[in-house]
Design a protein. Structure first.
Length: 326
C-alpha cells in the first residue's frame, strides 16, 4: 500500500486504545505522529508501520508549547488522552478539560479542522462523578474551539490489554469472591478497541464534521452478568458478593489511600463508584457504529481469546464437564 502524504498527530497513542488507533491509521496508509510524554518508553509503536511511517514526538497535555509543536504540519489530530483516577498534576481538569482545549486551540491555530476527540458515554456536566463531568466539559471546550471535531463516546472498551476483564479475571485468581458494586445492576455495552480505532480511521478519512457518536458493542450486560461471564470463561467458581453503594464508597476511599503510595494503582476510587451508578450504554437517540458503516464485534468472539491465560492450565485447560461428555 502506498503511504499517504497526510499526517495525523495522535495524543495518547501509547495508551490502550491509542495503540489500536495508531495501528489502524498506519494500516490505512497515514503518516502518524504519536505525541507522548516519554517517547523512549514506546519504541514498539514505530514497528506498527513501515520504516519512517510512524514518528514519536515528546508532548505533554499540560504544556501548551509541546502541543503546538506536535500539531505543527499535521493534517488531522486525534486525542485519546484520559485518566481513570487523579494523581497530583495529572488530574481530570488538567487533562480532560484544559488539555483537550489546548489541543483544539492548537489545531485551530494550525488550520486543522479534521479532528477526533475521545470522550466517554455518560459525559455529563451535571454528573456527580468528576470523571464524567470533566469529560463533558472537555467536549464543550473542544467544540468551542473546533466545531468540526468529531466526538466519540465509547462504553467500556475491551481488548487483550483492557483494564476491566483482565482486572476481574486476575482478582478471581487470588480471591474467593468478586464484588458486585452497587448490587451489580449497572448496564454496560462493551465495545472492542479495534472497532473504536476503525471508527476513528473512518472519520479521519471522510473528514470530521462536528458529529458525536456513542460507541457500544452488539450486547448489553449488567455488571453482574459480566463478572459471571469472566468466571465462566476462566472456569473458576467464585462468590459474587453484593456491595451496597455506601460500602463500595468506603472501598473506593481505601483504594484512594492505597493509590497515594508510589506505583500503586488504586483498585477503585469513590469517583469510579459514583460513575458506576449510571448505566453505560448507547442512548436511544444517539448515532453510533451504524452511521459509520461498522459492524462491531461481540465480546464473546474476542474476550475468551485473551482470558484463557487465567484458566488453570491456560490454553490447554479443559472443563471437567466437557471431558465427562466426551
Ligand atoms: N478504556 C476504556 O474502557 C474507556 C472507556 C470509555 C472511554 N475511554 C476513553 O478513551 C481514551 C483512552 O483510554 P485508554 O483506556 O486508552 O487510557 P490509557 O491506556 O490510560 O491511555 C491514556 C493515554 O494518555 C496519555 N497521557 C496521560 N497523561 C498525559 C499527559 N499529561 N500528556 C500526554 N499524554 C498523556 C498516556 O500516556 P503516558 O504513558 O504518558 O501516561 C496514555 O497514552 C480516554 O480518553 C478514556 O477516557 C476509555
Amino acid at each position: 500500500m502506498a503511504i499517504e502524504t497526510r499526517l495525523v498527530t495522535v495524543f495518547g497513542g501509547s495508551g490502550f486504545v491509542g495503540r489500536y488507533i495508531v495501528r489502524a491509521l498506519a494500516a490505512r496508509g497515514y503518516r502518524v505522529r504519536v505525541a507522548l510524554r516519554r517517547p523512549h518508553t514506546a519504541p514498539d509503536l514505530k514497528v506498527m508501520g513501515r520504516v519512517g511511517q510512524i514518528q514519536l514526538m515528546q508532548a505533554n497535555l499540560r504544556f501548551k508549547a509541546s502541543i503546538e509543536q506536535a500539531v505543527d504540519g499535521a493534517d488531522a489530530v486525534v486525542n485519546c488522552v484520559g485518566l481513570l483516577f487523579e494523581s497530583g498534576a495529572q488530574n481530570f481538569k488538567s487533562l480532560h478539560v484544559q488539555g483537550a482545549r489546548s489541543i483544539a486551540e492548537a489545531a485551530k491555530a494550525a488550520g486543522i479542522t479534521n479532528a477526533v476527540h475521545i470522550s466517554a458515554i455518560g459525559a455529563d456536566e451535571d454528573s456527580g462523578s468528576d470523571y464524567a463531568r470533566t469529560k463533558a466539559l472537555g467536549e464543550a471546550a473542544v467544540r468551542g474551539a473546533l466545531p468540526g471535531a468529531a466526538i466519540l463516546r465509547p462504553s467500556i472498551i475491551f481488548g487483550p490489554e483492557d483494564e476491566f476483564f483482565n482486572k476481574f479475571a486476575k482478582m478471581a485468581q487470588m480471591s474467593p469472591a468478586l464484588p458486585l458494586i452497587g448490587g451489580g445492576r449497572t448496564l454496560f455495552q462493551p465495545v472492542y478497541a479495534e472497532d473504536v480505532a476503525k471508527a476513528v480511521t473512518r472519520i479521519i478519512t471522510a473528514g470530521s464534521a462536528g458529529q458525536t457518536y456513542e460507541l457500544g458493542g452488539p450486547g448489553t450486560y449488567t455488571f453482574k452478568e459480566l463478572l459471571a461471564y469472566v468466571l465462566n470463561v476462566i472456569d473458576k467458581k467464585r462468590i459474587l458478593v453484593p456491595l451496597p453503594w455506601p460500602v463500595a464508597m468506603a472501598m473506593g476511599f481505601a483504594g484512594e489511600l492505597s493509590g497515594a503510595l508510589p506505583v500503586i494503582t488504586p483498585f477503585l476510587t469513590r469517583d469510579q463508584v459514583t460513575n458506576l451508578k449510571t448505566d453505560n450504554i448507547v442512548g436511544e437517540q444517539a448515532q453510533g457504529f451504524d452511521a459509520l458503516g461498522i459492524q462491531p464485534e461481540a465480546l464473546e468472539a474476542i474476550v475468551p481469546t485473551y482470558l484463557e491465560r487465567y484458566r488453570k492450565y491456560g490454553q490447554f485447560h479443559e472443563r471437567l464437564e466437557d471431558i465427562k461428555e466426551n
